[in-house]
Ligand binder design. Structure first.
Ligand code: FBP
Length: 548
């Protein structure tokens, strides 16, 4: 494999570990028993073997040689920078406990466990992937591990390979499934432990004990670099408005973090749109107003950040999509028989007046998207809607109307961007390289101490890595009951942007200033070598959340 100069130099980087992990073995300090965040009785009844376990913190212990054990690892869901370091930390952790320990990787996600598709991860393989981005060491997949037959199929290969514990690296859904699996194996007395690790660039798997999910740091820094470059271009040519959509299936953490890093003219936060019951027209009017105010100062350029999940947070759009889903499911044949050129009018004639008016106001392409490309459950695939184009087209229409009324006198030309995949496999920043390696190493210690149903936890992450606190959090502690596909299910609570949280408040306090003034920040590329204040800064979100 040909490597870049950076890859070669970066391979030698030794990730930093919390002090407690540096000696190899650890002393376990147990805290008080825990409760789930809500619905305690229901969760307790569903997880009788793994509910109520204590929080765990590790302190430095005596190096010890433990009996040999084998461990399995799975990468689940969307890629996030640092996955390879979780695996290398896990590998180094178990090898430190006993050189005979083996690590098996299941191929292409949870499906690899069910289909018995695996490979042993030897030192040679691990060394190829240290400090690199991507999940390609074993691949990832989105198969949901939720059925008893899958658990049993998995157990067959686990037994065959003599695996003592399985580490599942995933987001909220994958860790929910890890918890269900841990409970199942515990109830069956199979002697198989299951440990989770918090992954997702979306940043929405976090709580008091899990300060951040890994990959968020690198992904946001990668997007912020490119947005910064666009802002400099925009401030040089002074002729374009850039509409930039940012990944994040549901929560707006990525857009908010990027806004804090680059100080754009506009950043929409979906959670605020929902809380204020804003309509699509309200969002468009807000952006158009900023464009018009800047134009009045002679500035016909700017940047607008848009979170990927926005559409589903606009209450009126949510209602329109719900009615469309039902209508098209019930009238699929009739709709298919309508001439393409007549479909829009046909839909307008069928919906309730409120939804019909919203549908009629949508640009042609978006309206068509809402009636096409449904997923296997019959839902509109909102992530395929080009929100950045939708908003800029609607802003253009509004500005044209204002021009006629003499309320606006400027030029509006838009450019569109979508940043998502560009950041998911970037080489992990120092923060993610260290954090992920520590999470993996922590998982090995949870396993060595016989724990199951725990998520690997590394806290105090705005301090230098040596002062980070490693330990474990019972996954049941993060759970509540939510309606999914018509049934109440135990799930890990998704962490959306809190409007009373420090990151949003910091943004809200400055956004009017950023809107009118060109006060861009240009973060530049992630630096892997150099002064600590350049290379080791955590996200603004973490810094603001943890500021005392
Ligand atoms: P995870 O929640 O699995 O970490 O994935 C997050 C994400 O990157 C979202 O930001 C994005 O909406 C989605 O995955 C894209 O999914 P896919 O990789 O299947 O295109």
């Amino acid at each position: 494999m040909t490597k870049s100069a950076l890859q070669i130099a970066r391979a030698a980087y030794q990730p930093k570990l919390p002090k407690a992990l540096a000696t190899g073995a650890v002393k376990v300090v147990e805290g008080a028993p825990t409760q789930s965040v809500a619905d305690q009785e229901a969760i307790k009844a569903l997880f009788p073997n793994t509910y109520g376990m204590p929080l765990i913190t590790f302190e430095a212990g005596e190096a010890a040689q433990l009996p040999a054990m084998n461990v399995g690892v799975i990468l689940s869901g969307g890629q996030a920078p640092g996955g390879h370091n979780v695996i290398s930390g896990l590998f180094d952790g178990i090898k430190k406990l006993n050189l005979a320990n083996k690590l098996y990787g299941f191929i292409l996600g949870p499906g690899g466990l069910v289909d018995h598709n695996y490979k042993e991860l030897t030192a040679d393989i691990i060394d190829e992937y240290r400090n690199t981005g991507g999940f390609d060491i074993i691949g990832s997949g989105r198969t949901k591990l939720e059925k008893v037959e899958q658990f049993e199929k998995g157990y067959e290969i686990i037994k065959q390979l003599g695996i003592k514990a399985l580490v599942i690296i995933g987001g909220d859904d994958s860790n929910t499934n890890a918890c269900v699996l841990a409970e199942y194996y515990a109830a069956k007395n199979y002697g198989v432990q299951v440990i989770g690790c918090p992954k997702t660039i979306d940043g929405d798997l976090k709580n008091d004990m899990i300060e951040t999910s890994f990959g968020f740091d690198t992904a946001c820094k990668t997007y912020a670099e490119v947005i910064g470059n666009i802002q400099r271009d925009c401030n040089s040519a002074r002729k374009y408005w850039h509409f930039i959509k940012l990944m994040g299936r549901s929560a707006s953490h990525i857009a908010l973090e990027c806004a804090l890093q680059v100080q754009p003219n506009v950043c929409i936060v979906s959670e605020e749109v929902e809380a204020k019951d804003m309509s699509l027209d309200d969002v468009v009017t807000y952006i158009a107003k900023v464009v018009a105010d800047r134009a009045a100062q002679g500035n016909n350029f700017g940047t607008v950040l848009i979170p990927e999940g926005l559409i589903e947070f606009i209450p009126a759009m949510k209602r329109l999509i719900a009615e469309l889903n039902d209508f098209l499911a019930a009238n699929a044949e009739e709709f298919a028989g309508v001439e393409k050129s007549q479909q829009r009018e046909y839909i307008i004639g069928k919906l309730t007046p409120e939804n019909s008016a919203i549908y009629a106001s949508l640009p042609e392409g978006v309206a068509r998207q809402l009636t096409l490309d449904r997923d296997p459950h019959g839902n509109v695939q909102v992530s395929l809607i080009e929100t950045e184009k939708l908003l800029s087209e609607m802003v253009a229409t509004k500005l044209a109307a204002w021009k006629k009324e003499g309320k606006y006198n400027g030029k509006f030309a838009a450019q569109h961007h979508f940043f998502g995949y560009e950041g998911r496999c970037a080489a992990p920043s120092n923060f993610d390289a260290d954090y992920c390696y520590s999470l993996g190493y922590t998982a090995s210690m949870l396993i060595a101490n016989g724990k199951t149903g725990y998520m690997s936890s590394v806290r105090n992450t705005t301090a230098p890595a040596a002062e980070w606190i490693a330990g474990g959090v019972p996954i049941t502690m993060m759970m509540n009951m939510e309606r999914r596909h018509g049934e109440m299910k135990p799930v890990i609570q998704k962490a959306l942007v809190k409007l009373d949280g420090a990151p949003f408040k910091a943004f809200a306090a400055q956004r009017d200033h950023w809107a009118l003034n060109t006060d861009y920040v240009y973060p530049g590329p992630i630096q892997y070598f150099g002064p600590t204040e350049v290379c080791d800064q955590p996200t603004k979100t973490l810094q603001l959340e943890q500021a005392k």
